[in-house]
Design a protein around this ligand. Sequence first.
Ligand code: ZN
Length: 392
Amino acid sequence: MVVTTPASDGVSDKAKNLHFSSIVVDTHDDTTQLLLDPKFDLGVRHTTGSIDIPRMREGGMSAIFFSIWMPSKVTGPVAVAKALEQMDAVRRQIDSHPKDLVLATTAADIRQTRKDGKIAALMGVEGGHMINSDLAVLRKFAGLGVRYMTLTHSGNDEWADSSTDKAVHNGLTDFGKNVVREMNRLGVIVDISHVSDKTFYDALEVSTAPVFASHSSCRAICDAPRNMTDQMMKDLAAKNGVIQINYHVGFLSQEFRNAEKADPKINEAISKEVTARCGAEANEGCMLLEGVRITREYVAKGVLPKVDYSKIIEHIDHAVKVAGIDHVGLGSDFDGANMPYGMEDASMLPKITEALLQKGYSEGDVKKILGENTLRVMADVERVSRELQSQK
Ligand SMILES: [Zn+2]
């Protein structure tokens, strides 16, 4: 089905045909924070945020991973309870939109959901702190449908070092390695976005299934510690993994990053303004949306540089050159980060297909980036899980 929308203006019929006949997977969306408000309806078109059913349909998104997230500082039983609450919120949205959404847990589910004309909804836990160092909690999450877990968020957890915290574990602890082994057994993808380089290499060594980065970009283009070096991408690819490119301007653009670093007062001012707008009892959903809005105001005033969505294509192309066409995908970070101009929401995804075709990518290669590579990793992880479970 080819849809004509203002968002896909400038997209050729060839690109539209290709895009809407492909399986398009986005492995990281923070929309869950908005779903915690019981009044929020994913079924109607919103003027803020990036994700809702109408815009996913316009953009041809076939599968979305809703991120289960809270800051690293939330730990213990509270973190477990809050994670369960978020999983419940995702599942309730799916239940209330049966014509549009299906809870999916496998690559085959995604293909079937696509055939049925619906959108596959999946869940990933963003931060190992939410299992409270308890494998039984990990198993419970998997039972509720969680299909990846990011080993850390921006702070260390009890058993793994993060890329944006002071290393205290030298990568993964012995327990952390057991977490990875149990994830392999359960068929939960090991996600290495956010983790320190040493944690990445420990996870790569211990995991018997391919691992992925659900939302990371290339450090060679933008020197953020949670982006991947060329060598890390090569080593990820050698184990058949995938780097899902993150659209956040601070991970795409060195110029944007430099501007933020040059004047730390900018981010302080943005945080202050966010708190003022959302109130003292601010929820994460309000803070995410207002943070995006205020950052855009700073760009409009010329305080921060304007980053265009072509930067996403630059990262995809670099990752393909380094890691190979079979090892790159899409992990937007929609509703959790600052999107570049021209990729404000899910309805604009066909522009990625157009840009890749213009760059000379074949139709088969574009399909791999849009979703086929992710489906392959999922199928591999499922196979390893079956093998490990049958060894008992
Ligand atoms: Zn993240």
